[in-house]
Design a protein around this ligand. Structure first.
Ligand code: AMP
Ligand code: ZN
Length: 135
């Protein structure tokens, strides 16, 4: 994908702070971190997001994420890591190349995760049924 931002980073046409690379994946610092050490893990083969990435590339990304979670946590002295992935624009995806966020967390850093609410009566049963039918 010639005009994809992260493909340009993979090809070295745009600079990045690389933290890890293997045959299938690349990891680099997010240019605008939630906390220092915020790292993006991407497949070298272009895909848009979770909906079109190959199983093989996804497994490679997963392995790199697992390795890097410990490395990043230790390196920045974090107290935990959030692993997040935005898929499609309405879910907050700004860059159209599959990427997983590793976000180091510090006790008391004040970052709020999403609000949650209980299911109304009967809705959980109906949603479970609908999801199972789509698999
Ligand atoms: P998302 O909203 O999940 O698509 O996240 C895209 C992320 O890419 C954002 O957190 C940006 O800060 C980050 N980003 C955008 N451009 C660059 C770049 N050139 N180098 C590193 N990170 C970038
Ligand atoms: Zn790309």
């Amino acid at each position: 994908m010639s005009d994809c931002l992260f493909c340009k980073i993979i090809r070295g046409e745009i600079p990045s702070f690389k933290v890890y690379e293997d045959e299938k994946t690349l990891a680099f610092l997010d240019i605008s971190p939630v906390n220092p050490g915020h790292t993006l893990v991407i497949p070298k083969n272009h895909s848009k997001n979770i909906f079109d990435i190959s199983e093989e590339d996804w497994v490679s990304v997963g392995k790199a994420v697992r390795t890097l979670a410990s490395a990043v946590e230790k390196a920045v002295g974090a107290d935990g890591i959030n692993i997040n992935m935005n898929n499609r624009p309405d879910a907050g995806q700004l860059v159209d190349h599959t990427h997983v966020h590793l976000i180091p967390r510090k006790k008391g850093d004040g970052l709020k995760l999403w609000p949650q609410k209980p299911y109304p009566e009967g809705e959980a049963e109906s949603i479970v049924e609908k999801i199972r039918l789509e698999i």
